[in-house]
Design a protein around this ligand. Structure first.
Ligand code: IGP
Length: 236
Protein backbone atom coordinates (compact mmCIF):
# COMPACT_ATOMS: atom_id res chain seq x y z
CA UNK A 1 0.00 0.00 0.00
CA UNK A 2 1.54 3.27 -1.12
CA UNK A 3 1.05 6.48 0.90
CA UNK A 4 2.69 9.89 0.54
CA UNK A 5 4.52 9.97 3.87
CA UNK A 6 5.84 6.41 3.57
CA UNK A 7 7.01 6.94 0.00
CA UNK A 8 8.77 10.25 0.74
CA UNK A 9 10.64 8.63 3.62
CA UNK A 10 11.52 5.51 1.63
CA UNK A 11 12.92 7.63 -1.24
CA UNK A 12 14.94 9.98 0.97
CA UNK A 13 18.66 9.55 1.17
CA UNK A 14 18.59 11.51 4.40
CA UNK A 15 15.63 10.13 6.25
CA UNK A 16 15.20 12.77 8.93
CA UNK A 17 11.65 13.42 10.11
CA UNK A 18 11.91 16.96 11.44
CA UNK A 19 9.43 17.66 14.20
CA UNK A 20 7.90 20.84 15.53
CA UNK A 21 7.10 20.66 19.19
CA UNK A 22 5.88 24.04 20.48
CA UNK A 23 6.88 23.23 24.03
CA UNK A 24 8.94 20.52 25.70
CA UNK A 25 8.06 19.31 29.20
CA UNK A 26 11.78 19.31 29.98
CA UNK A 27 13.14 22.35 28.10
CA UNK A 28 10.07 24.66 28.08
CA UNK A 29 8.74 26.78 25.15
CA UNK A 30 10.58 26.05 21.89
CA UNK A 31 8.97 28.50 19.44
CA UNK A 32 9.28 31.67 21.50
CA UNK A 33 11.11 33.66 18.83
CA UNK A 34 9.72 32.06 15.67
CA UNK A 35 6.55 30.55 14.17
CA UNK A 36 5.33 27.15 13.01
CA UNK A 37 5.28 28.23 9.35
CA UNK A 38 8.80 29.70 9.51
CA UNK A 39 10.30 26.62 11.15
CA UNK A 40 8.56 24.31 8.65
CA UNK A 41 10.19 26.27 5.82
CA UNK A 42 13.59 26.08 7.53
CA UNK A 43 13.28 22.30 7.84
CA UNK A 44 12.31 22.09 4.18
CA UNK A 45 15.26 24.25 3.08
CA UNK A 46 17.57 22.03 5.13
CA UNK A 47 16.34 19.06 3.06
CA UNK A 48 14.04 17.18 5.44
CA UNK A 49 11.82 14.82 3.40
CA UNK A 50 9.04 14.66 6.01
CA UNK A 51 7.76 16.79 8.89
CA UNK A 52 6.08 15.97 12.20
CA UNK A 53 4.14 18.02 14.71
CA UNK A 54 2.95 17.36 18.25
CA UNK A 55 -0.64 18.63 18.35
CA UNK A 56 -1.41 17.73 21.99
CA UNK A 57 -2.11 20.37 24.60
CA UNK A 58 0.74 19.22 26.86
CA UNK A 59 3.14 20.16 24.03
CA UNK A 60 1.33 23.46 23.42
CA UNK A 61 0.18 22.18 20.03
CA UNK A 62 -3.06 22.26 18.05
CA UNK A 63 -4.55 20.80 14.86
CA UNK A 64 -4.20 24.01 12.82
CA UNK A 65 -0.42 23.65 12.92
CA UNK A 66 -0.70 20.70 10.54
CA UNK A 67 -2.04 22.74 7.63
CA UNK A 68 0.53 25.49 8.23
CA UNK A 69 3.24 22.87 7.81
CA UNK A 70 1.55 20.97 4.96
CA UNK A 71 1.70 24.22 2.95
CA UNK A 72 5.38 23.40 2.34
CA UNK A 73 4.17 20.45 0.24
CA UNK A 74 6.00 18.02 2.54
CA UNK A 75 4.05 15.19 4.16
CA UNK A 76 3.26 15.82 7.85
CA UNK A 77 2.96 13.30 10.69
CA UNK A 78 0.53 14.14 13.48
CA UNK A 79 1.84 13.11 16.89
CA UNK A 80 -0.91 12.95 19.46
CA UNK A 81 -2.78 10.36 21.47
CA UNK A 82 -4.91 9.00 18.66
CA UNK A 83 -7.23 6.23 19.86
CA UNK A 84 -10.21 6.12 17.46
CA UNK A 85 -11.21 6.17 13.81
CA UNK A 86 -12.74 9.59 14.45
CA UNK A 87 -9.32 10.90 15.53
CA UNK A 88 -7.86 9.52 12.30
CA UNK A 89 -10.52 11.31 10.25
CA UNK A 90 -9.76 14.57 12.06
CA UNK A 91 -6.07 13.98 11.35
CA UNK A 92 -6.67 13.50 7.64
CA UNK A 93 -9.08 16.46 7.45
CA UNK A 94 -6.46 18.68 9.12
CA UNK A 95 -4.09 17.94 6.22
CA UNK A 96 -1.77 15.33 7.74
CA UNK A 97 -0.27 12.46 5.75
CA UNK A 98 0.57 10.20 8.70
CA UNK A 99 -0.83 9.46 12.15
CA UNK A 100 0.89 8.29 15.31
CA UNK A 101 -0.44 5.13 16.96
CA UNK A 102 1.16 4.55 20.34
CA UNK A 103 1.38 0.94 21.52
CA UNK A 104 1.92 2.14 25.09
CA UNK A 105 -1.68 3.42 25.02
CA UNK A 106 -3.50 0.96 22.79
CA UNK A 107 -4.14 -2.78 22.79
CA UNK A 108 -2.41 -4.63 19.93
CA UNK A 109 -5.68 -5.53 18.24
CA UNK A 110 -6.68 -1.85 18.28
CA UNK A 111 -3.31 -0.74 16.87
CA UNK A 112 -3.74 -3.12 13.95
CA UNK A 113 -7.36 -2.13 13.32
CA UNK A 114 -6.50 1.60 13.46
CA UNK A 115 -3.47 1.06 11.20
CA UNK A 116 -5.77 -0.52 8.62
CA UNK A 117 -8.29 2.30 9.00
CA UNK A 118 -5.49 4.84 8.49
CA UNK A 119 -4.27 3.14 5.31
CA UNK A 120 -7.81 3.08 3.94
CA UNK A 121 -7.78 6.90 4.33
CA UNK A 122 -4.36 7.21 2.63
CA UNK A 123 -2.75 8.03 5.98
CA UNK A 124 0.54 6.33 6.84
CA UNK A 125 0.26 4.60 10.24
CA UNK A 126 3.32 5.54 12.31
CA UNK A 127 3.27 2.92 15.05
CA UNK A 128 5.43 3.56 18.08
CA UNK A 129 6.68 0.95 20.55
CA UNK A 130 8.75 1.46 23.68
CA UNK A 131 9.21 -2.07 25.04
CA UNK A 132 9.79 -5.69 24.02
CA UNK A 133 6.32 -6.62 25.27
CA UNK A 134 4.73 -4.10 22.91
CA UNK A 135 6.63 -5.62 19.97
CA UNK A 136 5.86 -9.22 20.81
CA UNK A 137 3.47 -10.60 18.18
CA UNK A 138 2.83 -7.17 16.61
CA UNK A 139 2.00 -7.85 12.94
CA UNK A 140 1.44 -4.54 11.18
CA UNK A 141 -0.16 -4.24 7.74
CA UNK A 142 2.04 -3.47 4.71
CA UNK A 143 2.58 0.25 4.41
CA UNK A 144 2.88 0.91 8.16
CA UNK A 145 6.01 2.49 9.64
CA UNK A 146 7.32 1.05 12.90
CA UNK A 147 9.15 3.40 15.25
CA UNK A 148 11.01 2.62 18.44
CA UNK A 149 10.52 5.43 20.92
CA UNK A 150 13.68 6.04 22.93
CA UNK A 151 11.72 7.89 25.58
CA UNK A 152 9.17 6.52 27.99
CA UNK A 153 6.12 8.67 27.29
CA UNK A 154 4.75 7.76 30.72
CA UNK A 155 7.51 9.85 32.27
CA UNK A 156 6.34 12.77 30.04
CA UNK A 157 9.73 13.32 28.40
CA UNK A 158 11.51 14.24 31.60
CA UNK A 159 14.24 11.66 30.93
CA UNK A 160 17.57 12.55 29.35
CA UNK A 161 16.98 10.85 25.99
CA UNK A 162 19.56 8.69 24.22
CA UNK A 163 19.49 5.78 21.79
CA UNK A 164 19.50 2.87 24.26
CA UNK A 165 15.88 1.69 23.79
CA UNK A 166 16.41 1.73 20.02
CA UNK A 167 19.56 -0.33 20.36
CA UNK A 168 17.92 -2.84 22.72
CA UNK A 169 14.78 -3.40 20.61
CA UNK A 170 16.22 -3.14 17.08
CA UNK A 171 16.58 -6.87 16.33
CA UNK A 172 13.17 -7.75 17.75
CA UNK A 173 11.58 -4.92 15.74
CA UNK A 174 13.17 -6.12 12.48
CA UNK A 175 11.98 -9.64 13.16
CA UNK A 176 8.32 -8.58 13.34
CA UNK A 177 8.30 -5.82 10.69
CA UNK A 178 9.40 -5.80 7.04
CA UNK A 179 8.74 -2.11 6.38
CA UNK A 180 10.54 1.09 7.40
CA UNK A 181 11.95 1.15 10.92
CA UNK A 182 12.52 4.51 12.60
CA UNK A 183 14.39 5.59 15.70
CA UNK A 184 12.20 8.22 17.36
CA UNK A 185 12.64 10.66 20.22
CA UNK A 186 15.49 11.41 22.57
CA UNK A 187 18.06 11.86 19.76
CA UNK A 188 19.90 14.85 21.16
CA UNK A 189 22.92 15.40 18.89
CA UNK A 190 23.80 14.48 15.26
CA UNK A 191 26.08 11.74 16.65
CA UNK A 192 22.97 9.95 17.99
CA UNK A 193 21.61 9.81 14.43
CA UNK A 194 24.90 8.34 13.19
CA UNK A 195 24.69 5.67 15.90
CA UNK A 196 21.07 4.90 14.94
CA UNK A 197 22.20 4.58 11.33
CA UNK A 198 25.00 2.18 12.25
CA UNK A 199 22.50 0.08 14.24
CA UNK A 200 20.50 -0.17 11.01
CA UNK A 201 17.52 2.20 11.32
CA UNK A 202 15.96 3.53 8.10
CA UNK A 203 15.11 6.94 9.54
CA UNK A 204 15.22 9.21 12.57
CA UNK A 205 12.63 11.47 14.17
CA UNK A 206 14.02 14.50 15.99
CA UNK A 207 12.03 17.23 17.74
CA UNK A 208 13.40 19.02 20.78
CA UNK A 209 17.03 18.99 19.64
CA UNK A 210 16.20 20.84 16.39
CA UNK A 211 14.49 23.66 18.27
CA UNK A 212 16.75 24.09 21.28
CA UNK A 213 20.46 24.82 21.36
CA UNK A 214 22.50 27.69 19.97
CA UNK A 215 21.76 27.48 16.22
CA UNK A 216 18.72 28.15 14.04
CA UNK A 217 16.36 25.27 13.22
CA UNK A 218 17.72 25.44 9.66
CA UNK A 219 21.37 25.06 10.71
CA UNK A 220 20.59 22.39 13.29
CA UNK A 221 18.47 20.40 10.82
CA UNK A 222 21.35 20.62 8.28
CA UNK A 223 23.68 19.07 10.85
CA UNK A 224 21.28 16.24 11.64
CA UNK A 225 20.65 15.57 7.93
CA UNK A 226 24.38 15.50 7.26
CA UNK A 227 24.66 12.88 10.01
CA UNK A 228 21.80 10.92 8.45
CA UNK A 229 23.70 10.97 5.13
CA UNK A 230 26.99 9.76 6.57
CA UNK A 231 28.37 6.73 4.78
CA UNK A 232 28.78 4.02 7.40
CA UNK A 233 30.79 1.34 5.54
CA UNK A 234 33.97 2.30 7.39
CA UNK A 235 32.30 1.96 10.76
CA UNK A 236 31.13 -1.58 10.14
O1 IGP B 1 11.67 15.85 21.18
P1 IGP B 1 12.21 14.49 20.92
O2 IGP B 1 12.91 13.88 22.06
O3 IGP B 1 13.03 14.44 19.65
O4 IGP B 1 10.90 13.52 20.72
C1 IGP B 1 9.91 13.80 19.82
C2 IGP B 1 8.64 12.95 19.85
O5 IGP B 1 8.90 11.68 19.40
C3 IGP B 1 7.85 12.95 21.11
O6 IGP B 1 7.41 14.21 21.28
C4 IGP B 1 6.72 11.92 21.18
C5 IGP B 1 6.87 10.59 21.22
N1 IGP B 1 5.65 9.98 21.35
C6 IGP B 1 4.68 10.91 21.42
C7 IGP B 1 3.31 10.80 21.56
C8 IGP B 1 2.54 11.95 21.55
C9 IGP B 1 3.15 13.17 21.44
C10 IGP B 1 4.54 13.31 21.31
C11 IGP B 1 5.32 12.17 21.30
Amino acid sequence: MSTKFYDALARAGSALIAEIKPSSPKVGPLLATTSVAAVAREYQMAGAPCLSVTTGAWHGGNLAMISEMARTGLPVLRKDFITSKRHLEDTRDAGASAALLTCTLLRKADVIRLAQDALAMQLTPFVEVASAAELDGLKLPDGAILAINNRDIRSKETDDGGIETGRALYAAARSVHDGLLISASGLLVPEDVKIAKVIGFDGYLVGTALLSGPHSPFETACRFIEAANTKIEAAE
